[in-house]
Design a protein around this ligand. Structure first.
Ligand code: GLN
Length: 454
């Protein structure tokens, strides 16, 4: 049914870069057989799932939305993909993204933009617009994303779906094509909080192949989501609203209205709401756009024309350096080049302390703001994005305006804390997302609060 749905709508939505119909049907048939044989299967056995194309899939092309990886077929599965297969889920295919997950609109994919199923003239968010659009358009019930600065939560927000960035280290990054390693986090996307939680239960847990993977066991997120549907689920819950990322310039009035209604609804059910100051959040975007390009410029150095994907022909004397330079010039798009330049500049001798060093100090201050906040409240709430989905093309010439709009999602990445985006109704017929953040390792609480609002 999902393959039929993809066939029917993906020509318009363009959520998928690669659909593995044969593989999906074979995997589904194998699950059916085992079910018929009376084998015990996982709770998501047979459920199709779409995988963002910056996560390695054995035998299936993985491009990260970039020409530089065209033709590369990974010889291994990312840990999360192994876990999907071990949990008997059915991998449908790979979803579109901004090149190497840099962007907020999916327009920076080398393979063309994905459309928002709510309005095909609008962006589906980014970088994981493909995963969010696939879920919103009923092409897949579940999807995987990566969130370095909001790429799971913001697409969820503008497509009326649910997206979660787990605690840093909560889900293995092994096999995720690294963008900014200290910020990157794989997480689940779906149409309901419970579905997202069920997928997170499959993905989570320690992985010795990821040095930053947390060793601790996790509670059942599905149970936490189910608890959110019960009476009294948020009774006594202390919600803090960081003023700096909930109001001000750029917040559309429809977004503010839906956010205020969400807070009122939770208050009516026994939660308390306090506005709080997080003095360093104001600098989070500036710090992020130094740290993220710095790490990205280093991670993307591996695309050297020798190890992966594209290799450009060079006339005359094809030295390693000339081939590498021609390949990178042809293989990377404008946004990737912009960030490689920003990052190498920020890391260069003489500027390192002024830029990268200062940004790391700001990062520590943002982490302290979170620690102070979580000493007073249980969760933080803010709009997931200051705006609803904008028109395709409307912001492509103004990267800074797009970067600034990441202010709501970036603090969680800088601090490594978990965040969820849940649908909060419509403004002018377009979805608005409500975001909750919790202290590190407190992901379960987000599923309870998210389900309560749902
Ligand atoms: N908008 C963010 C950026 O462009 C999103 C990055 C991400 O989460 N992958 O960096």
């Amino acid at each position: 049914a999902h393959l039929d749905r993809i066939e029917a709508v993906d020509g318009d939505v363009r959520a998928f870069l690669h659909v593995d119909a044969d593989g999906a049907l074979a995997a589904a048939a194998a699950v059916d057989e085992r079910r018929a044989a009376g084998e015990a299967l996982g709770p998501l056995a047979g459920v199709p799932v779409a995988v963002k194309d910056n996560i390695a899939t054995l035998g299936l092309p993985t491009t990260a939305g970039s020409r530089i990886l065209e033709g590369w077929v990974p010889p291994y599965d990312a840990t999360v993909v192994e876990k999907l297969r071990a949990g008997d889920l059915v991998v449908l295919g790979k979803t579109n993204l901004d090149e190497f997950a840099m962007g907020s609109s999916t327009e920076h994919s080398a393979f063309g933009a994905t459309r928002n199923p709510w309005d095909l003239e609008r962006i589906p968010g980014g970088s994981g617009g493909g995963s969010a659009a696939a879920v919103a358009a009923f092409e897949a019930p579940l999807a995987l994303g990566t969130d370095t600065g909001g790429s799971i939560r913001q697409p969820a927000s503008v497509t009326g779906t649910v997206g979660v960035k787990p605690t840093y280290g909560g889900v293995s990054r092994y096999g995720a094509l690294a963008l900014a390693s200290s910020l990157d986090q794989i997480g689940p996307a779906a149409r309901t909080v419970l579905d997202t939680a069920l997928l997170h239960d499959v993905l989570g847990g320690h992985d010795p192949r990821d040095a930053t993977s947390l060793p601790d066991p996790w509670p059942s997120f599905a149970e936490a989501a189910r608890a959110g549907a019960l009476d009294g689920a948020v009774d006594g819950l202390r919600i803090g609203v960081p003023r700096a990322i909930a109001t001000g310039e750029g917040f559309e009035s429809g977004v503010t209205e839906r956010f205020t209604e969400a807070l009122d609804a939770l208050e009516a059910r026994g939660a308390t709401v306090t506005w709080i100051d997080t003095p360093h959040f104001a600098y989070a975007v500036a710090a992020y756009y130094l740290i993220m390009p710095a790490e990205a410029s280093s991670n993307l150095a591996r695309y050297d024309s020798v190890r992966y994907g594209l290799r450009s022909e060079v006339a005359g004397n094809p030295t390693v350096e000339r081939v590498m330079s021609a390949t990178r010039a042809a293989g990377f798009g404008d946004e990737a080049k912009r960030r490689i330049l920003l990052g190498t500049y920020a890391l260069s001798a003489g500027y390192y302390d002024a830029f990268y060093g200062s940004a790391q100090k700001v990062r520590t201050l943002v982490q302290r703001d979170f620690a102070d906040a979580f000493a007073q409240v249980d969760v933080l709430a803010a709009p997931t994005s200051p705006s609803v989905a904008w028109k395709l093309g409307a912001r492509v010439d103004d990267p800074t305006a797009v970067y600034v709009a990441d202010l709501t999602t970036i603090p969680a990445n800088l601090a490594g804390v978990p965040g969820i985006s849940v649908p909060g109704g419509l403004a002018d017929g377009l979805p608005v997302g409500i975001q909750f953040m919790a202290a590190a390792r407190d992901d379960a609480r987000l599923y309870t609060v998210g389900a309560a609002l749902e």
